[in-house]
Design a protein around this ligand. Structure first.
Ligand SMILES: C[S@@+](CC[C@H](N)C(=O)[O-])C[C@H]1O[C@@H](n2cnc3c(N)ncnc32)[C@H](O)[C@@H]1O
Length: 344
């Protein structure tokens, strides 16, 4: 008898990674812990996930309070690691949000994790940030770790969103493979609503500003400024968290009118959220939340590839933990060093 899959949802936003994971599994997913500190994201999360508890600032949550789980999910903000810290070994990611993922992985040793971040993480700080993340994951027992940049439009969503996905397993013998692109044809018209209110049509002033900036950028040999699409376009630019400001990255062409912005529901669809997904917040918050979220279809494909390798027949073997305290030679404070049998 197979048991349910236990996940935790960190930096949960509105739960896009969780949704992809749930869609991927025939088996029930038990989300045993969620952390998200933004009030409005929590509101959307709870409206869609049975008003479940959502814990706040992860940096303030002791890893002992995080329940055992099979898979850790996290779309974490990208931050640089200090060079000074890097020389100190184990503590080198301290002060960043990756450190909070790391300490939970060390403490709970889930079978697997899925981390998501912007594509630019690859080149961030001349590649050092990603290198540090990977080497830390290996050091704490996840030697079997891989990363890949995947594009939403290669997986059936009409959006050119590229994100890096980092997947790791505790079991070295697992041969995980990222999903292959499906290359299903995509069309912006598929996510558009009918009879959209005129309030989404941008003002003459905003439209003139977009056109002026585009002309100026062109003269300077810079990028293009706004991105205009029609219902027949294959895909849009990447939806960003700042879309609510002026909508410049995705404008929809209209006949005999200024172009319009996407509606929040269209943003949800562009990320692969179903129409049953509730949007209880203001438009501004909704744009921010969907822009920050993930292409659910891509997560679903990655999750499918992960789930087939999970061991759900028996309760997972607990890693035995050795905790010692050593004196930090560089300071007068004690540093806690945690090591795991066979993985340090
Ligand atoms: C890139 S978004 C993740 C979006 C998410 N994957 C989704 O599908 O909606 C990062 C999230 O981390 C949250 N966050 C940042 N720092 C946090 C912290 N210290 N504790 C809890 N949440 C935090 C932000 O509010 C934001 O919603």
């Amino acid at each position: 008898m197979h048991r349910n899959i236990k996940i935790i949802d960190l930096f949960a936003g509105i739960g896009g990674i969780r949704l992809g994971f749930e869609n991927a599994s025939k088996r029930k997913i038990d989300c045993v812990f969620t952390s998200e500190w933004d009030k409005y994201s929590k509101e959307t999360y709870q409206a869609n996930y049975n008003n479940e508890d959502v814990f706040g600032d992860i940096t303030q949550i002791d890893e002992n309070e995080v329940p055992e789980h099979d898979v850790l999910l996290a779309g974490f903000p990208c931050q640089p690691f200090s060079q000074a810290g890097l020389k100190k070994g184990f503590s080198d990611t301290r002060g960043t949000l990756f450190f909070d993922i790391e300490r939970i992985l060390i403490h709970r040793k889930p079978q697997a994790f899925l981390l998501e971040n912007v594509k630019q993480l690859r080149g961030h700080d001349k590649g050092r940030t990603l290198k540090t993340i990977i080497s830390h994951l290996k050091k704490i027992g996840y030697n079997n770790v891989q990363h890949e940049v995947l594009r939403a439009r290669d997986f059936g969503l009409p959006q050119n969103r590229e994100r890096i996905y980092i997947v790791g397993f505790l079991d070295d013998t697992i041969k995980f493979e990222f999903p292959k692109p499906t290359f299903e044809p995509t069309k912006v018209g598929d996510i558009l609503e009918q009879n959209v209110d005129d309030k989404y049509t941008i003002s003459d002033k905003l439209w003139a500003g977009h056109q002026r900036r585009k002309r100026e950028n062109k003269l300077k040999g810079k990028g293009f400024g706004y991105g205009m699409v029609s219902e027949n376009s294959e895909y849009t630019n990447t939806l960003s968290a700042r879309y609510y400001k002026d909508g410049s990255e995705v404008l929809i062409q209209q006949k005999d009118k200024n172009p319009r912005k996407l509606t929040p529901r269209e943003c949800a669809r562009l990320q692969g959220f179903p129409d049953t997904f509730k949007i209880p917040v203001s438009n501004t918050q909704a744009y921010r939340q969907f822009g920050n979220s993930v292409p659910v279809k891509v997560i679903e494909k990655v999750a499918k590839q992960m789930i087939k390798h999970l061991n759900l027949g028996v309760e997972k073997k607990k890693a035995s933990r050795i905790t010692t305290h050593i004196k930090n030679s560089n300071s007068h404070s004690d540093t806690k060093v945690i090591a795991y049998n066979g993985v340090n």
